[in-house]
Design a protein around this ligand. Structure first.
Ligand SMILES: [Zn+2]
Length: 55
């Protein structure tokens, strides 16, 4: 089902792109997380891809 609402589409894209990746286990965590939910490591990197960069 394609999303026609531009605002909803934007939110969906942000949910998909804005999260943190744990350095240790590679787990996906919410952007607000300070520690990994899997291994509780504090080292996480942001995954903030610019839209349209996907090949
Ligand atoms: Zn982790």
């Amino acid at each position: 089902m394609p999303i026609t609402d531009a605002a909803k589409k934007q939110i969906a894209q942000q949910r998909k792109l804005f999260f943190k990746i744990c350095f240790k286990c590679g787990g996906k965590n919410p952007i607000s997380a300070s520690r990994c939910r899997k291994c509780h490591g504090s080292q996480m990197r942001l995954k903030n891809r610019t839209l349209g960069a996907k090949k």
